[in-house]
Design a protein around this ligand. Sequence first.
Ligand SMILES: C[S@@+](CC[C@H](N)C(=O)[O-])C[C@H]1O[C@@H](n2cnc3c(N)ncnc32)[C@H](O)[C@@H]1O
Length: 447
Amino acid sequence: MADPRPVPRPDGSGAAARATAARALHQVRDRGQSLTRVLQRLRLPDQAADRALVQEMTYGALRTLPRLEALAGQLLHRPLPKREAELQALILIGLYQLTAMKTPPHAAVAATVEATRQLSRPGKAGLVNALLRRFLRERETLLAAIEHDPRVRWPVPEWLRERLRRDWPDDWERIIAASDTRAPMTLRVNPLRGTRADYLAELAAEGIDAAPAAGCPHGLTLAHARPTERLPGFAEGRVSVQDAGAQLAAELLEATPGMRVLDACTAPGGKSAAILERAGGELALTALDVDGERLQSVAALLDRLGLRATLVEADAARPEGDWAAPGFERILLDVPCSATGVIRRHPDIKWLRRAEDIAALCDQQRAILEAIWPLLAPGGRLLYATCSLLGDENHRQIAAFLERHPEVRECPLPGAPGVARPHGRQLLPTSGGSDGFYYALLEKPAS
Ligand SMILES: C[S@@+](CC[C@H](N)C(=O)[O-])C[C@H]1O[C@@H](n2cnc3c(N)ncnc32)[C@H](O)[C@@H]1O
């Protein structure tokens, strides 16, 4: 199978980037690790361009995994043994470059072949070279053979496809397609440190193309994503990165200065910060999370933005202690969920989530909602939020809650973006638009 033609040796950094991408893909695909965590842990290349390449290859390969696996299946006479899972991941990274990236094919092949050395598999260089060159020779035939494979047409696990089809009979294909696109980079301007109009003008003066984000008074979308270090005033807390759909939470909650507010699932803190900014920082905000490590990022975020809240590490499903005194006028419940609405930003979710996780998440959501509701003041409002697209976590969860608590009033959300559901509203991920969020606003009777 080895191709006898010599392979040009690329410079080492390109090969290192491919090897790192293969390691990361292997950790996600075969070990069930989250891509964000893997990329934080792995030693990434020194050069920014190589780090961006690792990012592009890993995110891209996870988006189109079934296509790459189906191609590798055609190219390999028999599957590689389990102990070669990292090499298999390298082959997938190689195929991703040849199917989806603009890298000249000979350079992509050479750097991927060279990466076998970095993975301590120099004896497999011939195999990788032969496979990738065969793909280039037989590209049209190989791609045509998998075109109608349902896993390739709708690159999500079958259980998720079926659930999306059931919940979104008219939109499921569009949703899956949009979930495979790259999400835009949206910012939220901190109104305590300047206006959106001024920030847009400053960006324009620096040649950074941006436009106001629809439906977000403080939001703007960049034409091209860039590292936060290269955003004016980022370190000084003038802007934060936050999806337009996530920014909507603060608008729907309408917490005004002086209110006592609870964010019961706060980390990493984006919505807490938006709620505080919208009220000029003049809120008594309790920001709670069960995960102490994640709470540290909330502290760092509020610090950067010049905002204050009482941070509490506690389980929202068991309110006890000082923080749990009833009488909150506003509560945000951004509950743990399947995150099926943010697959664009975290394509690993598609492969890490299991069908059986959903029922367990629904139980958790119900427990948190039931436990937190008594803390709401009479006449107060609770915004239930998820970044899920699944009815069980969203409108059916709220329908069941309303059935158990007939005194609760559901507030209409007129003018809010998204699609009306039997209860609440759903933002769908769309090309160039926001992530997939769900919101329902509930009010306690005044007496
Ligand atoms: C969807 S994230 C919240 C995102 C956050 N609101 C933001 O906009 O940045 C859900 C959070 O809920 C937390 N969480 C999960 N179970 C919890 C519980 N029982 N009590 C409190 N927090 C919990 C998780 O640690 C996670 O940080």
